[in-house]
Write a protein that binds this ligand. Structure first.
Ligand code: PMP
Length: 406
């Protein structure tokens, strides 16, 4: 594996920042990743050189801006190997993509008593929209339970899927545990019963190669900001056969073909689902982020991060009374832990003063914390610009803090 970590680090200007006079060690990558200069430049170029509203303009700048936005869509298509670029819907992020589905898919295909199957390790954004739908439409939400290692209890799948199940919506990788779920098996089992599957890829696209055609998932959603891209832009990939039939989500400009007081006809895909002025600086930034990731290689990123995970596992294991949450065989570079009875917030706050940013709390996965019967964890999550030396610092500092708390 060939990776020039100094060069990669120099691509991210924020890594030169100091916090409390100390070099920044950033291990909160599952929450959001930092942006390489090429992404920052791409966004600033939009505003400096060709800012203009897209699709409708006849003038030069509008055409340039439209092309940049649509090029970004093609980059996303290619990145996840979608069959068509019109199967890529730009949204504000994973959360909005799931809300779009829980509205548009539900309006078109679900009725009272139908079941949606999720899992016990979902992020709140793949729980609450379905609970709102329970209230709105009387659907029934069910979940696949997990075991103590933080893996899905796959043998429960057969008994949970029945003729009322109308959608399976599962996270690819758990943000709180790092577990990589066996989504291909889930997709195949659901498809055997003609049930469509949505995959929440918010924690996956930045770590592993995604091929939506090979997976054969019906929907795949993710956020730009966790993939070294900007905030405010995300993706809903959907198979044309579903998107074509689904009701629009938001009404407004762009998503229509004709409007009169007698009625409205809707635009073709993907515009039917993109009402209003799209976030074209966001899409261009996301396109630049994808180019950046490809310039390193997602497989290289995956391998490098696995090494970091191994190193962190080994180092942290030496701390007395440490308890890990999420010890699945297949894991992404996320480590959740507690030390004795020390509240995670106390450790997190002290690490922060040492310049180390990690996450503490329930990680928007309260049902998961309820399963483990804990208020939350400390979570360190690694990205391509992290190093083993930084991990050593985390281990050493955590050990010192733990000693301080006795
Ligand atoms: N799903 C998972 C697994 C996540 O980790 C996150 C973000 N933490 C989300 C959904 C929501 O993503 P966003 O806040 O970017 O919409």
């Amino acid at each position: 594996m060939n990776i020039d970590i100094d060069k990669i680090r120099s691509d991210f200007p924020i890594l030169n920042e100091e916090v409390y006079g100390k070099p920044l060690v950033y291990f909160d990558n599952a929450a959001t990743t930092h942006k390489p200069q090429v992404v920052i430049d791409a966004i600033s170029e939009v505003y400096k050189k060709y800012n203009s509203n897209i699709h409708r303009g006849v003038h030069y700048l509008s055409n340039v801006c439209t092309h940049a936005h649509e090029d970004a869509r093609k980059k996303v298509q290619e990145f996840i190997n979608a069959a068509h670029s019109h199967e890529i819907i730009f949204t504000r992020g994973t959360t909005e993509s799931i809300n779009l589905l829980s509205t548009s898919f539900a309006d078109t295909f679900l009725k009272e008593g139908d079941e949606v199957l999720i899992s016990q390790m979902e992020h709140h954004s793949n729980i609450v929209p379905w609970q709102l739908l329970e209230k709105r439409k009387g659907i029934v939400l069910k979940y696949i339970p997990i075991n103590k290692t933080g893996e899905l209890e796959m043998d429960k799948l057969d008994s949970l899927i029945n003729d009322k199940t109308k959608l399976v919506a599962i996270t690819h990788i758990s943000n709180a545990l790092g577990t990589i779920n066996r989504i291909k098996t889930i997709i195949d089992k659901a498809h055997a019963e003609d049930i469509p599957v949505m995959i929440d890829g918010a924690q996956a696209v930045q770590h592993v190669k995604i091929d939506v055609q090979e997976l054969d998932c019906d929907f795949y959603v993710f956020s730009g900001h966790k993939l070294y891209g900007p905030t405010g832009i995300g993706v809903l990939y959907g198979k044309e056969k579903w998107l074509d039939k689904m009701q629009p989500y938001h009404g407004g400009g762009e998503m229509i073909k004709t409007v009169s007081f007698e009625g409205t006809t809707f635009n073709e895909l993907p515009f039917k689902f993109e009402a209003g002025t799209p976030d074209f600086s966001g899409s261009v930034g996301l396109g630049a982020a994808i180019d950046y990731v490809k310039s390193i290689g997602i497989e290289v990123i995956d391998q490098y991060e696995k090494k970091l995970l191994e190193h962190a596992n080994k180092g942290l294991s030496s701390i007395p009374n440490i308890r890990f949450f999420g010890t699945a065989k297949e894991k992404a570079s996320v480590i959740s832990f507690l030390i004795g009875d020390i509240h995670p917030f106390d450790i997190g706050t002290m690490l922060d003063k040492m310049g180390i940013a990690i996450r503490t709390g329930h990680h928007c996965a309260q049902p998961l914390m309820q399963y483990f019967n804990i208020p939350g964890t400390l979570r360190a999550s690694f990205a391509i610009y992290n190093t083993k030396e930084e991990i050593d610092k985390l281990v050493e500092s955590t050990q010192r803090v733990a000693q301080l708390f006795g």
